[in-house]
Design a protein around this ligand. Structure first.
Ligand code: ARG
Ligand code: ASP
Length: 720
């Protein structure tokens, strides 16, 4: 360890920080930026430069939400930088065994070669406005929890529709910042034509694969470039050859000099979900039910899909995105489980909740309002635990088994079709058929019959083992009392007897005419219908619980803020946030210290292990041996930095977020967290919370030296 990091760690242990203020837990919404002194923390530009309240262009205008990820504009021509894994599904859809962009990478050396990024749109935040009073005002007189929640949801929807009417060019959305407490209306611009520009080869973009996912030290070149297009009139439009590159209000300056240890850095992005302000019972549900159930199921699903993928390259491609998503969630959940147990969060929360209950008890005014709050929460969660198995099963059945998803989609269509009478039926059918076909096509694009059979078999076996109060009617009908026995054969039988396994037969034959579709009898359609009937039967109770939770969680945060004498920062909810911190290593375990930068040399170390996840392109070795670092070496490392660590507060959705320096220039792209930081979502801590980004120097080095994409560097204004 060098002197600097030694100093940094010892200061850390004393609770001091070598630069600026200690970073706080926090994904700050734009409306809360005034709560932090970013100048003091190290920012050299003004807060107005980040988000302007006077309509001037600011960094926020360069940010996009692309798919579930974040990206940012880095040229006047609508060029976007984000992660490789954020482009993955779109690249998969554009790939065939002949044009295998997914494995070989893709460089469009001219706008005309760029490929449509299917399924991706870009969302730009234009403005926001607090609408809590309108939303909660609408519900203030209603005491029944389910009706109250329905009114809240209605008000949210309504306010959005009104805003869109006032400004037809935008998409409006009301986001719940604190459950049952604070609501903000966001106005977004949506760009619908997004294209792939440059995706490095998979052995760079996904180097380390699942072995290294959620792990530091990391050597993944997890970046890609896309471009946003709009109609000739400058307005968002669906994909068309005639569209032109979008001219963003603002694009980020890319600074090829990168960072040094302890530099101030910040991120703007769209983090998805966190759960920092929840009671012990909520954490207990996660730890004891949801996380282990989901992780185990996904592990099984992946085994089935990986086995199926061995058949041929086309099947492997078809299943690649599903496998990757499952693997990502599975490892994240196992990381969370380890972390939750490690820090004993449930016990801490129980203690907090008990202190909170005592606080309420001591204060007569609070007692009269919140006297039953903590016991109400506990009672509700006991109920939730009591049928968690069925609830989780119903939550997974359609995602797990593709043909059941096909079945429920067709059933929904059939039901509506049957309601059309006389001559209008054919018209209704003709109008809606293309959308239905598209939806089904999408499901079939990642379907494999053998994988489906095994997964369906597992779901049947799981359902047949549920306790008496949680039975799944269609499973009981088929399996009777045979717990688990014969589930596999039964799944195979249903799939063989079903027409749905034949994509061609469904799309061309079954959907030929309304009559043919209405006459269709199918065992999987029956199964899905009964499952949906069960879901419908349980819905009123589910609505009641959701309504109650909404009220209780609002009250919980209210009273906890009073107890702790501070106002919280709202949990992540896919709205634009800022987080800041420092480039910094950490000590994840006794006697270890993790440095904050990795280098190209580390790629070869990992490569030597023989693990196929660590195969890298030979050009990397050749360029590196020739010391051909171009302008991108970090002097003290005498190498190109690949990835780096920082103590910011990030979560899923922050992938692809620009990492910026004190001057608001892009110096990296966020893509992951260290294993211990997977529990960020429940509890952030400077000690274990580290996020991982790909260093801009590596991005530019790969683009220039490996893929000869100098044109992109020029487009970003980088002199080479
Ligand atoms: N763990 C990162 C994130 O949650 C990267 C995911 C890339 N996917 C993967 N399966 N390796 O999204
Ligand atoms: N990899 C995540 C994403 O895709 C980021 C994270 O969870 O840290 O958003």
């Amino acid at each position: 360890m060098n002197i600097k990091s030694l100093l940094a760690t010892s200061l850390l242990c004393l609770g001091f920080f070598s630069s600026g203020l200690p970073p706080e837990e926090g994904m700050y919404p734009l409306s809360e930026l005034n709560r932090v002194d970013l100048k003091k923390a190290g920012l050299r530009i003004s807060q107005e430069d980040i988000y302007s309240t006077t309509g001037k262009s600011s960094l926020v205008d360069a940010l996009v939400n692309v798919g579930g990820c974040t990206g940012s504009f880095v040229s006047a021509q609508g060029l976007i930088i984000t992660n490789h894994h954020c482009a993955f599904a779109a690249v998969q859809q554009a790939s065939t065994p002949e044009h295998d962009y997914l494995n070989k990478g893709f460089v469009a050396r001219g706008h005309e070669y760029e490929i449509e990024a299917k399924g991706l749109t870009c969302r730009i935040t234009e403005s926001y406005e607090d609408v809590s009073d309108q939303v909660l005002g609408a519900a203030s007189q209603i005491s029944d929890p389910a009706s109250r929640l329905a009114v809240i949801n209605n008000a949210m929807k309504h306010l959005a529709i009104e805003a869109e009417k006032r400004d037809p060019g935008i998409k409006a959305e009301v986001s719940e910042m604190f459950i049952g407490k604070t609501y903000v209306l966001f106005r977004y611009r949506i760009i619908r034509d997004v294209r792939l520009v440059y995706v490095p080869t998979r052995s760079i973009g996904e180097f380390g694969g699942e072995t290294d996912n959620w792990v530091w030290p990391r050597h993944t070149g997890d970046f890609s470039f896309m471009r946003a297009y709009v109609g000739k009139d400058g307005k968002p439009a669906a994909y068309s050859k005639d569209n032109v590159p979008y001219r963003p209000k603002k694009f980020l300056k890319v600074n090829p000099a990168g960072t040094n240890e302890e530099d101030f850095v910040f991120i703007l992005g769209y983090p998805g979900r966190t759960f920092r302000h929840r009671p012990a019972d909520f954490i207990s549900y996660q730890q004891n039910y949801l996380l282990p159930y989901t992780a185990d199921l996904y592990e099984f699903e992946n085994k089935a899909m990986e086995a199926a993928g061995k058949k041929d390259a086309a099947t492997a491609l078809r299943l690649a995105t599903r496998i990757k998503r499952n693997a990502n969630v599975m490892k994240n959940y196992r990381g969370k489980l380890q972390g939750l147990q490690g820090i004993g969060l449930i016990n801490d929360k129980r203690k907090e909740d008990a202190d909170l209950a005592a606080f309420i008890e001591k204060n007569p005014a609070l007692k009269s309002r919140y006297g039953t709050l903590m016991t109400d929460i506990n009672t509700l969660y006991k109920l939730i635990y009591s049928d968690a198995g069925r609830d989780m099963w119903l939550g997974q059945i359609y995602n797990s088994t593709s043909l059941l998803k096909v079945a429920t989609t067709i059933n929904g269509f059939k039901t509506e079709l049957a309601m059309q009478t006389g001559g209008s039926r054919q018209n209704w059918f003709n109008d809606r058929l293309p959308a239905l076909k598209k939806e089904l096509d999408n499901i079939y694009s990642s379907f494999d019959a053998e994988a489906d059979r095994r997964i369906f078999g597992r779901m049947l076996a799981d359902a047949s083992a549920l306790p008496q109060n949680q039975r799944i009617a269609p499973v009981d009908r088929l399996m009777g009392a045979k717990t688990g026995q014969g589930a596999d054969q039964l799944a195979g039988k249903l799939i063989t007897e079903s027409k749905l396994a034949e994509r061609g037969a469904v799309l061309e034959d079954v959907l030929k005419s309304p009559d043919r579709l209405l006459a269709l009898k199918d065992p999987l359609l029956d199964f899905a219908r009964e499952t949906d009937q069960l879901i419908a039967r349980l819905k009123p109770e589910k609505d009641r619980r959701d309504g109650l939770l909404n009220k209780l969680m609002g009250d919980y945060v209210n009273v906890k803020e009073q107890f702790m004498k501070r106002s919280f920062i709202p949990d992540a909810n896919s709205t634009l946030r800022l987080t800041y911190g420092y480039v910094r290593g950490y000590s994840p375990a006794d006697a270890t210290y993790m440095k904050p930068y990795t280098t190209i040399a580390g790629i070869f170390e990992k490569g030597a292990s023989g693990n196929p996840d660590f195969v890298y392109p030979p050009q990397i070795k050749a360029r590196w041996q020739a010391k051909d670092f171009g302008a991108f070496a970090k002097k003290d490392l005498n190498d190109v930095p690949v990835a780096f660590l920082y103590n910011m507060d990030t979560t899923g959705g922050n992938s692809g977020s620009p990492i910026m320096n004190a001057d608001g220039e892009l110096i990296g792209v966020n893509f992951d967290r260290a294993y211990g930081a997977t529990i960020n979502d429940y509890a952030w801590n400077e000690k274990y919370s580290r996020s991982i980004g790909v260093d801009i120097r590596y991005v530019l080095w790969v683009a220039q030296k490996i893929d000869q994409a100098d044109f992109l560097l020029r487009e970003m204004g980088i002199r080479i």
